[in-house]
Design a protein around this ligand. Structure first.
Ligand code: GAP
Length: 524
């Protein structure tokens, strides 16, 4: 049984640092101090993301007859998101720390117990303020800490901004014992504001003549890719003559103004989803939800996430989204704990019924065999592309002790990425960059391979160092052109190269003519 509470912050720090150093992920606008909750994928990250999306698309769209694709617009009509319930209800409870002004998700604050110190106000010379404030002290903390925190709070309102909080007198101190309260900031003990609902959608204005007061100009950046699938479902049905059960798949950006973006890319404000809305008869909804769960678990295994690190949470009644009759969360053991990777939800006929009602246009399906008309039910496997990339990076990171060229022990950092997902499939090295034959043959191999896969040519430094660089990039194969390739000492080795395997570090001789078919088999 996995330990769902286990965290490993040190490992996470190493992964974040490697991702930046090797060009997987950078913070957005780092040059200007960073844009919170937004990330840029570097040269390796973008290749990896493309590989993931391509493989998802291939498995779920191209290799199936019952699913077709869609690429909907990101800017979304407000009526669509009003009908879906996002305008009225897509919100998180949020509260602010009265002292630091930090904004917290009210439902993510761990309950605390201790003694609360309450104050009715403060004074300093002629200056007086009547305003209630409280501080929570954990057991064993000194009461002076509560007073210090309260003075800092009241000092914010003093006209003299350079006044030392120490000169402030507190008034009306009382205390109370608190059990499992979530009203105080766990970081500093300060009282929080009451929780308020905060809509997570990014709102924008459309059109050149738009102004802030024009309600007709309002549009939203989509908070999920699903809604354009629902609103285009009838067009796809009519133009493609799909027969139920069938699905529409989409990969694309979604935006949520998350209150606390955190855990690296895990909770971002801009992210990509890979979603399928699978339309079916009402009586098949539950069964297909179970089937989709298995399909998606298999997919994660195929890209390199081991089954024992994937956990299925059958989301209990009362905790599911308003539209769902059944939801499985697929969770993964990240270094920051076991967290959601994907939701497989049975959305019933909720969305299509709402759009039919709000748009006033029929969205029923006509079953030619039974001559029935009905609103299809929907099963939705909804995966996060960025979260999957993060899970793959976390799973791949490894350190091991190996002997270096002088026989001493060194630590090898290696990204054990599945070859299907690895950003660079093969690195090609001439043993000596000054040897014209080595360089010429290595360049020829690069040319042969590069129209089939992403490869990388490197001639700088000792071969051992070049291997280490590729280990950190997650490159599964390295190809070295050496003296044997020229067949000078052993004619039987002419036109062969060293093929080095990242994980085992084993090396073998392979004929140049065999390289392409061999690598294609390994990376598919
Ligand atoms: N259409 C259903 C839907 O959007 P969701 O559980 O809100 O359901 C689905 O999102 C998936 O999208 C999540 O399991 C997660 O992988 C990804 N996701 C959601 N919010 C995210 C965020 N703020 N940052 C990164 N990924 C996110």
């Amino acid at each position: 049984m996995a330990d769902k509470e286990h965290t490993d912050p040190e490992r996470m720090e190493k992964i974040v640092s490697l991702c930046k150093r090797k060009g997987f992920i950078y913070q957005s606008a780092e040059l200007y101090g960073g844009l919170n909750g937004c990330w840029d994928y570097g040269p390796l990250g973008v290749e990896m993301k493309r590989n993931l999306k391509d493989y998802w698309w291939r498995r779920h769209v191209q290799e199936r007859e019952d699913i077709v694709g869609l690429d909907g617009s990101i800017l979304t009509h407000q009526a669509v998101l009003t009908a879906s319930g996002h305008v009225g209800g897509f919100s998180d409870p949020m509260c602010d720390c009265l002292l630091s002004k930090a904004r917290l998700r009210a439902d993510q604050i761990d309950p605390q117990s201790g003694t609360a110190y309450h104050y009715s106000g403060a004074s300093e010379g002629e200056w007086k303020l009547e305003r209630e404030f409280s501080v929570l002290l954990q057991e064993g903390q000194n009461e002076n800490k509560a007073r210090k925190t309260a003075r800092q709070y009241y000092a914010q309102f003093h006209p003299n901004k350079s006044l030392s909080p120490k000169s402030i007198e507190l008034t009306g101190e009382t205390t109370s014992e608190e059990e499992n309260t979530t009203r105080y900031n766990p970081e500093n003990g300060s009282l929080l504001t009451e929780a308020r609902e905060f809509n997570l959608m990014f709102k924008t204005q459309m059109g050149a003549s738009s102004n802030e007061d024009d309600p007709n100009a309002v549009a939203y950046l989509r908070p999920e890719t699903a809604q354009s699938i629902f609103t285009q479902y009838k067009n796809v049905l009519d133009t493609f003559r799909m027969k139920i059960p069938f699905g529409i798949a989409q990969i694309g950006k979604a935006f949520r103004n998350e209150i606390n973006p955190r855990n690296y890319t895990f909770r971002s404000r801009e992210f990509e989803q890979m979603e399928i809305e699978y339309f079916c008869r009402p009586e098949d909804g539950m069964r297909l939800t179970d089937e989709w769960l298995e399909t998606r678990l298999t997919f994660y295994e195929e890209i390199g996430l081991p089954r024992e690190k994937l956990h299925v949470l059958d989301v209990p009644d009362g905790e599911r989204a308003h539209y769902s009759k059944k939801t499985y969360d697929i969770e993964f053991d990240f270094p920051f704990g076991c967290q959601e990777l994907e939701g497989v939800a049975y959305r019933t006929d909720y969305d299509l019924s709402k759009h039919q009602e709000c748009a006033g246009k029929p969205l029923e399906y006509f079953d030619e065999t039974s001559k029935e008309k009905f609103i299809p039910h929907v099963v939705e496997p909804s995966a996060g592309c960025d979260r999957t990339i993060l899970a793959l990076l976390c799973e791949a990171y490894d350190e091991e002790e190996v002997p270096d060229a002088k026989g001493n022990t060194e630590i090898r950092k290696v990204m054990r990425l599945n070859p299907r997902i690895a950003p660079i499939k093969a690195a090609i090295f001439p043993l000596l960059k000054k040897n014209e034959d080595h360089v010429r043959i290595a360049r020829e191999i690069e040319n042969d391979l590069k129209s089939h896969m992403n490869v990388f040519y490197d001639e700088t430094g000792a071969v051992g160092r070049r291997y280490r660089r590729q280990d950190e990039a997650g490159t599964p194969f390295c190809i070295t052109v050496d003296f044997e390739t020229l067949g000078e000492e052993d004619a039987s080795l002419k036109d062969t190269v060293t093929l080095r395997h990242r994980d085992s570090m084993e090396q073998e001789r392979v004929a140049i003519s065999e390289l392409l078919p061999r690598l294609l088999r390994e990376i598919r």
